[in-house]
Design a protein around this ligand. Structure first.
Ligand code: HEM
Length: 158
């Protein structure tokens, strides 16, 4: 195995695992956990989301670091820079950056307000902030699925 093959293999594996963790986690939260928490009383439901999302968002931050390091690792280590990359990598990078900005907006605005509201047991405000988080995560899930489709099929576009 030469150096480029090693970089490509290691980076692609880490990149795909990071994408699975982030996108799969959003899918699970919205389509499995959310409907399952609906019958709970507001207090316990909001506490549960606070504990669940607190853990999940730490993994999302790790996934973002890994996606960026492995993605740009491939661009510079395998494709010798931006001139060597195809349309699909540009599209993936563009959507990926939008997803990352949306996540950090979520993390520093509604998530921070949600935790403060949960701490002072202001359930209506916490529910409002959780709703905002849900809309951003829904948008990021759609963008994430599109990015996975683009990233995994793009090399065959011709
Ligand atoms: C933000 C900057 C990003 C950069 C610079 C980047 C870069 C790359 C590169 C260079 C490849 C290899 C493509 C090829 O060889 O044809 C790739 C593949 C891939 N990327 Fe990204 N990417 C980024 C973000 C993302 C995001 C946010 C996701 C999904 C959430 C994602 C999902 C994928 C997938 C699924 C593949 C295909 C892996 C495979 O073939 O198994 N990427 N990316």
């Amino acid at each position: 195995m030469n150096g480029t093959v090693v970089i490509a293999t290691v980076a692609l594996v880490l990149h795909a695992i990071a994408a699975v963790v982030w996108v799969g986690g959003m899918f699970f939260a919205l389509l499995a956990l959310r409907p399952a928490t609906a019958p709970l009383e507001p207090g316990p439901r909001l506490q549960l989301w606070s504990r669940v999302l607190g853990r999940f968002f730490q993994w999302v931050i790790a996934a973002i670091v890994l996606l960026l390091v492995s993605g740009y690792g491939m661009i510079f280590g395998v494709y010798s820079g931006f001139r060597g990359i195809g349309l699909h990598i540009n599209v993936m990078q563009g959507i990926g950056i939008v997803m990352i900005l949306l996540f950090f907006h979520l993390y520093f605005a509604p998530w921070r307000r949600f935790r403060a509201a949960v701490a002072r047991q202001d359930n209506p405000e916490a529910a409002r902030q959780l709703n905002q988080i849900r809309w951003i995560v829904t948008l990021n899930l759609v963008l994430g699925l599109v990015t996975v489709a683009v990233g995994s099929s793009g090399r065959y576009w011709g």
